[in-house]
Design a protein around this ligand. Structure first.
Ligand code: DAH
Length: 349
């Protein structure tokens, strides 16, 4: 019986063999994954010849169906095996091509990269900010273009008072001023923040100055303000002495009385000259001392301007010329060098 079927249906079995043969060479000649997948779908998918044969299997006898069916299955599996083999082969080639294309040669020396570093002003500023943060100070800000109220009046420097002359002020046509000092941030902060608080306010200031080695029309200051119920001069002394020790390595310090309208008493903190060790030199003008931080106890009028009762709160304030601190720290003798963007100079720090 079986013989019969084979004989009768030799043709269809041959055809199935032919399908395998053709599919094999079609798949094996594919050049890419896409091409291979397309071809595989064409031969073994629903529209392929093998499917067509199985579709028409109804016209055969039960025995014939069995033989055709198992032969078809066998061929189908063989086609699938060819496909898988070819797929592995193509993938291996593609992977190798990729590796060849993006080959990394670990023996090539890397490009030389200059190590970047911060501008000395930024570096010292960050150091100072870190230091004050460690003592509980926060950063406060105010505008660089300021009203005369915050720059002067609220700091106990009324209009027409001779003290205003101390700050060589640029006046803008609209009546505002580029702030002459960061002290303008004091009252702004007192109005906004309720005490107790500790703030520092670093920033740029502007004055009508002839430019020379120690003066510019724009410079950096760092204001400080410490307000609490029972702040005393000894707090000011302790904190500012620590500050100059930390930032400048100062060994000896002294406080001298000084006048600033917004503090009472007002003081200047001097450090022993870092250049001559106190013996006297050109930098300290033979005094052995260098003035670094003007400071004092907040004047009651400043509290009143901000609406704070000076009998309830007290505070101390300071305002250091920040560029000067940088110059002292790095032994720079000309302020202009810090602002010229001269890499030969800046790369030294
Ligand atoms: N604002 C002053 C100036 O620019 C410096 C100063 C002095 C600031 C005493 C203060 C202070 O906070 O208490 O010359």
């Amino acid at each position: 019986m079986i013989y019969n079927v084979i004989e009768n249906d030799m043709e269809i079995l041959n055809e199935i063999d032919k399908i395998l043969e053709e599919a094999g060479s079609l798949l094996n000649s594919a050049k890419s994954r896409n091409e291979l997948d397309d071809r595989f779908r064409a031969v073994s998918g629903k529209k392929g010849r093998l499917s067509a044969i199985l579709h028409n299997i109804g016209s055969y006898s039960a025995e014939e169906k069995k033989i055709i069916g198992s032969k078809s299955n066998e061929v189908k599996n063989k086609i699938e095996a060819v496909y898988k083999n070819k797929k592995n082969e193509i993938e291996a080639i593609e992977r190798q091509n990729f590796l060849d294309k993006y080959k990394i040669d670990l023996t090539i020396p890397g490009d030389y990269m200059e190590r970047p570093h911060k501008h000395p002003i930024t570096a010292v500023l960050e150091e100072a900010v870190d230091f004050f943060s460690s003592m509980g100070f926060e950063i406060a800000e105010g505008p660089e273009i300021e009203t005369t109220y915050y720059n002067f009046d609220a700091l106990n420097i009324p209009a027409n008072h001779p003290a205003r002359d101390v700050w060589d002020t640029f006046y803008l046509l609209n009546g505002l001023v580029p702030r002459t000092h960061t002290s303008s941030v004091q009252v702004r902060t007192l109005e906004k923040k309720s005490p107790p608080f500790r703030i520092i306010a670093p920033g740029r200031c502007y004055r009508y100055e002839a430019v020379d080695a120690t003066h510019l029309f724009m410079f950096n200051q760092m204001e400080g303000l410490f307000v609490d119920k029972n702040v005393r001069l000894t707090d000011l002394k302790g904190i500012l002495e620590e500050t100059v020790k930390h930032l400048l390595g100062a060994k000896k310090t002294r406080f001298r009385p000084a006048f600033y309208p917004f503090v009472e008493p007002g003081l200047d903190l001097d450090i022993e000259c870092v250049f001559c060790g106190g013996r006297g030199c050109g930098v300290c003008k033979n005094t052995g001392w260098i003035e670094v931080i003007p400071c004092g106890m907040v004047h009651p009028n400043v509290f009143k301007y901000a609406g704070i009762d000076p009998l309830k709160f007290r505070g101390f304030a300071f305002g250091m010329g920040f560029d000067r601190i940088v110059m002292l720290k790095y032994n720079i003798n000309d302020l202009r060098l810090l602002y010229q963007g001269e890499l030969d100079i800046l790369n030294q720090f």
